[in-house]
Write a protein that binds this ligand. Structure first.
Ligand code: HEC
Ligand code: HEC
Length: 388
């Protein structure tokens, strides 16, 4: 081949390379811009904080004195049988009201990961399996569980009575001293105060909220502050990775239950029934919106979703779709705390255990084939849901 021909080929190749690079950089620029459809979808993820009302099932919801008494109870180990556990043992304020452990220890290692406490006026079902539909009902559970604080209603009243400060606080709020004639009422009252306090725990605005608001306001300068990597991660979250099919809305959960194929074996042997067991407990629980201890008007309580849910085999192994607000601060993850980091979570969704997923109908979770760069983008996005 002559030198002229070689030179020509060389130049041609250079032009081709330049062209490829140009196309690549254009698609890179395009790939972090939101499509009109994505911009519309994003509206549903805010505003934050959203507007909320008091809990109609709890007459002390939003009551300052109840919030104060509830806070006292929350941090007080005297409400456990051995005076060694308070709510704050597992729900530590400085750790987003969780404990950083895969599973905490009560009287033995519990079966599930401690849930971070926040944004309860946005929560429909409580616990990983949705054992109840009220925050005060959920708050009674650890007090009387033999695996946690190990109390009975009678012993609870005894503790209130024998500690003058607690007895005074109780009487000031409920206009009656704690007494043994109706221990159950004393327990429920106290749980409602605990709930009033927990309702005040909310997560702050985040970089994601600023971006969402900028998009809604069409404020392009404000939009630019959100990093390109987070934007690409958001696009995956809404689109190809299909996360928003379940993690949707202001708290990034549809407030329902799903099976993503995580193991439901506990310590290799026992089985966690997930939502199946949760529904059985819900149906049997007196501590629901429509139950005898609720303060909610019959008219709305009778329309509560708990009255209409039915159990079937598909609920087996389902767990609550967790909120992703503050998620960077609440590791480890999943109902059993089996994943250490957000990188691990994204790795899992990239190659989920399809054998364990037995959903009838649309397959929402499937192998994603994300590149390492895309996985990183998704994690970057998830981190923008937390205030750091
Ligand atoms: C030994 C550790 C431990 C103690 C003590 C404890 N919790 Fe929990 N908490 C957990 C675990 C584990 C879960 C998840 C339980 C489940 O889903 O089965 C949880 C879940 C919750 C939830 C559900 C949150 C949600 O979003 O659904 C609330 C509310 C709660 N706890 C409040 C309390 C209160 C109030 C107390 C004290 C009266 C308390 N906890 C004591 C470990 C603990
Ligand atoms: C089919 C509904 C569904 C889809 C789709 C889905 N998730 Fe989840 N997600 C869940 C459920 C259910 C859990 C809890 C599962 C468990 O504990 O076993 C969960 C747990 C998580 C957690 C752990 C949160 C915590 O506090 O423990 C993160 C993070 C998460 N998902 C992010 C994602 C991302 C990112 C995607 C997209 C790649 C995604 N999810 C897709 C339902 C879904």
């Amino acid at each position: 081949m002559t030198r002229a021909v070689l030179n020509f080929r060389f130049t041609l190749r250079r032009v081709l390379y330049a062209g490829v690079l140009l196309v690549l950089s254009l698609t890179a620029a395009a790939s972090d811009a939101l499509t009109p459809a994505e911009r519309t979808l994003l509206k549903a993820f805010g505003p934050w904080p959203g507007s909320v009302s008091d809990d109609p099932s709890n007459r002390y919801s939003g009551n300052d004195a109840a919030i104060a008494f509830g806070k006292t109870l929350f941090f007080d180990p005297r409400i456990s049988r051995d005076s060694n556990l308070s709510c704050a043992t597992c729900h530590q304020a400085e750790r987003s009201f969780t404990d950083g452990l895969p599973r905490p220890t009560g009287t033995r290692v519990l079966d599930r990961n401690t849930i971070a406490l926040a944004n309860f006026r946005h929560t429909r079902w409580f616990g990983w399996a949705g054992r109840t539909d009220t925050l005060w009902g959920q708050s009674i559970h650890p007090i009387v569980s033999p695996l946690e604080m190990g109390m009975t209603a009678e012993l609870f009243v005894e503790r209130l009575k024998e500690n003058a400060d607690l007895a005074r606080g109780y009487e000031a709020l409920f206009d009656t001293p704690p007494d043994f004639s109706d221990p159950q009422a004393a327990l429920v009252n106290s749980a409602k105060a605990l709930a009033a306090y927990q309702e005040t725990i909310t997560t702050p605005r985040t970089a994601f909220d600023d971006f969402r608001d900028a998009v809604v306001a069409n404020d392009q300068d404000a939009e630019k502050i959100y990093p390109p990597s987070a934007r690409r991660g958001l696009k995956l979250f809404l689109g190809r990775a299909n996360c928003a099919a379940c993690h949707f809305g202001p708290t990034l959960t549809n407030n329902e239950f799903a099976n993503i194929g995580r193991s439901h074996f506990i310590d290799g042997g026992r089985v966690d029934e997930g939502r199946f067991g949760g529904l059985e407990l819900l149906k049997a629980s007196p501590y629901t919106r429509a139950g005898p201890y609720s303060d909610e008007a019959e008219q709305t309580a009778s329309k509560a979703p708990a009255n209409f849910v039915m159990n079937n085999h598909a609920t087996w192994g389902q767990f609550r779709v967790p909120s992703l607000r503050d998620v960077a601060n609440t590791s480890p993850y999943m109902h059993d705390g089996s994943l250490e980091s957000l990188d691990d979570v994204v790795d899992y969704y990239n190659e989920p255990d399809m054998e364990r997923i037995h959903t009838a109908g649309v397959q929402l979770v499937r192998p994603l084939k994300l590149t390492d760069a895309e996985k990183k983008d998704l994690v970057t996005f998830l981190k923008t849901l937390s205030d750091n």
